[in-house]
Design a protein around this ligand. Structure first.
Ligand code: MG
Length: 173
């Protein structure tokens, strides 16, 4: 069986934009000008931990970008982390979400085509988790990351442990 998908958001999990810079050990600072950034006169301060690429690649998932950076995640973020080019989910605008859901939720379920997936994002709420449990036929781990902290050891541990739990469900006894 192929690995589950892991949908990866940039701002929040990889770029903890609400953290005090002094709290971010192991991070490097970058000034970037992504096309979708709403204040093009000002570069965006992005803080990334170069170790996160290797840690993500070590997880038993197929990584997919699920971020408003879209294809610029591959050209701007991935190279800093040492990630290869990854598939990208193309996202609708913020206003297009229904049922009070986060705007990515239904799009990711559609992209997964019935496959199990994990998702790390600072925008996930309980409403998204409930909707996914009711509407996605396979298992989902929708894991909210605090944008004041970013991805942390316990998050990698949780992600590493989740797929074996699925395997146990697939092959009882
Ligand atoms: Mg985010």
């Amino acid at each position: 069986m192929s690995h589950p998908l892991l949908f990866v958001d940039v701002d929040g999990p990889l770029n903890p934009f609400r953290a005090a810079p002094s709290d971010l050990e192991g991070y490097t600072s970058h000034r970037m000008r992504p096309e979708g950034w709403e204040y093009p006169a000002q570069p965006l301060d992005v803080r990334l931990n170069p170790d996160h690429g290797e840690e993500l690649l070590a997880l038993p998932y197929e990584l997919v970008w699920a971020t408003t950076w879209e294809h610029e995640a591959n050209t701007m973020i991935g190279p800093v982390l040492g990630l290869p080019e990854l598939p990208v989910v193309e996202l609708p605008g913020w206003a297009d979400a229904e049922h009070g859901l986060f705007f990515k939720t239904a799009v990711l379920a559609e992209y997964a085509q019935g496959r199990p997936f994990a998702w790390i994002d600072d925008g996930i709420t309980e409403r998204d988790r409930v909707w996914l449990a009711r509407n996605h036929v396979a298992d989902v781990l929708a894991h909210r990351i605090d944008p004041a902290v970013g991805l942390w050891e316990k998050d990698f541990d949780l992600l590493a442990e989740w797929p074996p739990a699925l395997a146990a469900l697939d092959f009882p006894g």
